[in-house]
Structures are given as C-alpha cells and as structure tokens.
Design a protein around this ligand. Sequence first.
Ligand code: UDP
Length: 324
Amino acid sequence: MKILVVGGAGYIGSHMVKQLVLSNHDVIALDNLSCGYEDAVKYGELVIGDLGNKETLDQLFNAHQFDAVMHFAAFIEVGESVLNPAKYYQNNVANTQVLLDAMIKHDVRNFIFSSTAAIFGEPEYTPIDEKHSKQPINPYGRTKLMVEQILEDYDNAYGLKSTCLRYFNAAGADPDGELGERHNPESHLVPLILQAASGRREDIKIFGQDYPTNDGTCVRDYVHINDLCEAHSLALTRMQATGQSARYNLGNGRGFSVKQVIDTSKQVTGIDFKVVTTERRAGDPAVLVADSALAKKELGWQPKFDQLETIIETAWQWETTFFK
Ligand code: UDP
C-alpha cells in the first residue's frame, strides 16, 4: 500500500514509518519539523511541509495515489494547551480539517488518527473501555475529541473511513536502537527519569504523592511504541477489509505508579538517581488504565513489549546511545 504518514518525523510517526517500510509499504512522511527531526525519518521519503497548507497537500495528493493516511502531527502538551489553546485548536483541529478535506477532494478515504486517553477526562471507572463517557478536562483532550467527532460526521456525509486509536502512555523506543523519544522540552515521565539516570538532568520530580493510590503517586498504563504502531497496521488492514470506521483504546491494561516506574528504572539502569517529591501537576487524574479488549478481539492486537522492564530497557538503550 502507499501510505502518507503525517507527522512522520516525530516520536510515534517515525517508528510507524519504519514499521510500514519494513512491512513493504510505500511510505511518504509529511512533517513541518516543528517538533520532529529530519534524521528520524530513516525509512521512506520525507516531504517537509505543513498539514494545514492546501497547496502542499494538493501537490502531494496529485503526485501520489495514497491508499491511506495516518495522522500523528499534533501538539500534545496538556499544560501548554491550557495556556495557549489557540495553538492547539489551530493545529490539532483546523489544520486536521484541511488534511481531511484534501483527502476527500483527492478521493483518499482511509484515515488512521492518533487519539488519546485525554478524551475521557476524569475516569468514572477503571479500566477505561470505549463506552466510557468522553468529557475531556483540558483543551488538548478537547481538540482530539473534536477531531473524533468530525470524523464521525465525515464518515456519514462523505464516506471517509477512520480508525481512532486512543493511546494511553506511549513509551519505550525502537528495540533496534535506531529511533527514540526526543521531545523538546521533554515532559514525559519515562524519558525524564532516564535523563536523571544518565546525568542529563539533576533529578526526577514526582508530581504529588497524595493521590488515592497504593503509594500515593499517579498510576498510568505504559504501552510500548512498537506495539502501538502494530495496532495501526492491524487497524488499517481491518478497515480496508470491513469498510467500517472504528475506535479503540490502546494500553496494556496494567497500571504502574510513578514510584514503580522510578524503582523499575533504577533496577534496569543500575543507577540510584535523585528523586524529589513536588506539588501535583494540574489536570492529572489519579489513575488511567486502558481496557483494550476490543482492540485485541477485533484487531487481533497482542502487545509484545508489555513488560515495564522491556519498555524502560529500550528507552534506556536510546538514552545511552543517542545522547551520549
Ligand atoms: N510525572 C511526574 N514527574 C515528571 C513527569 C511526569 O511525576 O517529571 C507524572 C505525571 O504527573 C503523570 C505520570 O508521571 O502522573 C505520567 O506523566 P506523562 O506526562 O508522562 O504522561 P500523561 O499521563 O500526562 O499522558
């Protein structure tokens, strides 16, 4: 298949491009390099451009007959989305609509969308399945839910088929050591912990230890980047076979507290780095764990890197080779 990966130079997009190319697909990555890196596109072809630019999209869709589009090009910082919602609504919603309209104009009708656990808001029960109510508590989550809603309407009106994949906590790195996480600034727990372990950061701060959890720190469901990418490939195959749109929650179904992730990282790295407890971070629910039964049943998705140790080992390999 010929696939356009929008945001293909970012963390998840670059792993996706690699996996697709190694599965013999023909892949073009489109990225404006605002958050991505040119050297992260090690497979496939990179086109530098913006998903909100109609001319760029027209050129791309005229030059290539794509079978599907995968869309990873979003801003993802919850805190920033509260301070600067315009940036988020512009890129995550308005620019995404430009992309969808270009797809319809050029008759490309298969779309895979990076969604998020943040669309659910404060959990009413755990683990969170697809039926859980969707009441995001920050602009970031709202932008993702809005696109999911746009996609429903575009399916009804224009026959655009989509699969929305709601990631819980994407983590880990390419087991081959070629790719990894490189956000700037970094805000995610696993890479920040490993920066503390490697000495690139003075310490790791625990954001609150008065949550109603076993050890008082927040619990999250960490899912390996390669397993997430695998779910995209399976989703695309299923969407093409059934001609149906779908939505899936993706996680391992097991929660780990911030302290457990820190302790496991100390074991994996063999380094006793400094840990400091600070205030809660605004907008953090105590527990976010996915019920991925539907993805397993309908897609045949079976995470392979489901051990927290493996997730941290692959991220540590990246931290100690790429940043050395
Ligand atoms: N966290 C933390 N210290 C950090 C970064 C994150 O204690 O320096 C916590 C954060 O409060 C959350 C969990 O780690 O409970 C995962 O945060 P992350 O930003 O990686 O992902 P999120 O769950 O927000 O998508």
